[in-house]
Design a protein around this ligand. Structure first.
Ligand code: GDD
Ligand code: MN
Length: 362
């Protein structure tokens, strides 16, 4: 009896904490004003960094997407940093560039594959624009995304802006459609979000010149954003910056993404402290809860499930009913996505014992 009670309490903790956080963020933070001095007239120079490895089938579309942005073309520079593609990726970029002389495109060709992080850090050395945006070859930005993102940077307190994500083919009129986007935007209104999306990560170049960026295995996207927030700047997910991504290699990719989140929550804060750039702000509150949700909460679910299974096998009716209910609820989409995400986090934690996936296959 004691055993099943503990199992059920664990399950209650697992579900109630994120639910309470969601409700709190939605009612307390989301309705808030941004408390950022925007300017729709601010038009800084922007460098877009696109790391590539074997992207021949998509890179031209990516360049076209950038070319069609609603932003002064002479203020855009693109750096494609290609790591040892065995297909024609760099040739395609060079040919496209010759056909589009009105936009500046540089190609850096690395003879050996060293991973995305090393590539973007290398490209960063050549940036002299006010804003640097990291992106992926398979990301597609809505035409107003860059213009909308840049307006937040008119306020010197803003250090990073990431986008709301949608999958290709799906529609979001406003980005609150998905649970995760809502939380990220709500956190951003309060201060900053610790989770940033690689397909669109804009940063203020001057800041990263001063404080650097976290460079350890697995430290791209979210770690960059969190690090900038720890330095005291706002690192936000904006609700009017929408980016679409193509889904490739889904389960493996989700575990890799979960792994990036774990690495972020394990390392970035200490890294910021070691680098002596850490400033205490209200971001700390968000960090603590998100850190708990990523590093601890998934394991509480696993423990609860294991305990309930053991109890059910030894004849506990309540445990059997609970486990059955847990399975029967799976057709409900939010619940299913949640449970899967917990599994990805647990699998990622296990995978983290032997790899950080610095290099991955699609
Ligand atoms: N230069 C270079 N070198 N680029 C690479 C390498 C490499 O070794 N490996 C991958 N890339 C490029 C890809 O060509 C693509 O443009 C981008 O990095 C992202 O790689 P994907 O293969 O599309 O991976 P993803 O969809 O899972 O990416 C997401 O997760 C990554 C971390 O796991 C995004 O959020 C990425 O931004 C993030 O880095
Ligand atoms: Mn991708």
């Amino acid at each position: 009896m004691m055993f099943e009670t503990i199992a059920l309490i664990l399950a209650a903790i697992h579900f109630s904490i994120p639910l309470a956080y969601y409700c709190y963020a939605k009612t307390e933070w989301l309705p808030k004003a941004w408390n950022i001095k925007f300017s729709n007239k601010y038009r800084p120079k922007v460098t877009i960094i696109v790391p590539t490895h074997n992207e021949a089938d998509i890179i031209e579309k990516r360049l076209e997407n950038i070319y069609r942005l609603d932003y002064p073309r002479e203020k855009i520079e693109v750096i494609v940093v290609d790591d040892a593609s065995s297909d024609r990726t760099p040739d395609i970029v060079e040919k496209w560039t010759r056909q589009h002389r009105d936009i500046k495109v540089k190609v850096i060709k690395e003879p050996v594959r060293g991973g995305k992080l090393r590539a973007v850090i290398k490209a960063l050395k050549q940036v002299n624009s006010e804003i640097t945006v990291f992106t992926d070859a398979d990301a597609f930005w809505s035409s107003d995304s860059l213009r909308n993102a840049v307006k937040y940077f008119a306020d010197p307190h803003v250090g990073a802006v990431t986008a709301c994500m949608k999958y290709a083919g799906g529609t979001i009129e406003n980005c609150y459609r998905s649970y995760f986007n809502l939380i990220r935007v709500a956190e951003s209104k309060f201060h900053s979000t610790p989770i940033h999306n690689g397909p669109f990560m804009a940063v203020r170049t001057e800041i990263i010149r001063e404080i650097g960026l976290p460079i350890f295995p697995g430290s791209d996207d979210s770690c960059f954003g969190s690090y900038i927030a720890f330095a005291g700047y706002r690192a936000i997910q904006a609700d009017d910056v929408i980016v679409e991504e193509v889904v490739r290699g889904s389960v493996k990719r989700k575990i890799r993404r979960a792994l990036r989140l774990l690495i972020n929550f394990k390392k970035t804060k200490n890294y910021a402290k070691d680098r002596k750039i850490y400033v205490k702000t209200s971001f700390e509150k968000i960090w603590k809860i998100e850190q708990y949700l990523h590093l601890v909460n998934p394991w509480i679910l696993i423990m609860s499930i294991l305990m309930l299974l053991v109890a059910a096998l030894s004849g506990s009716i309540i445990s059997l009913i609970s486990v059955t209910l847990g399975v029967l609820l799976l057709p409900i989409k939010v619940y299913r996505i949640w449970i899967l995400q917990q599994l990805y986090l647990v699998l990622a934690a296990i995978k983290n014992l032997w790899t950080k996936e610095v290099i991955w296959s699609k």
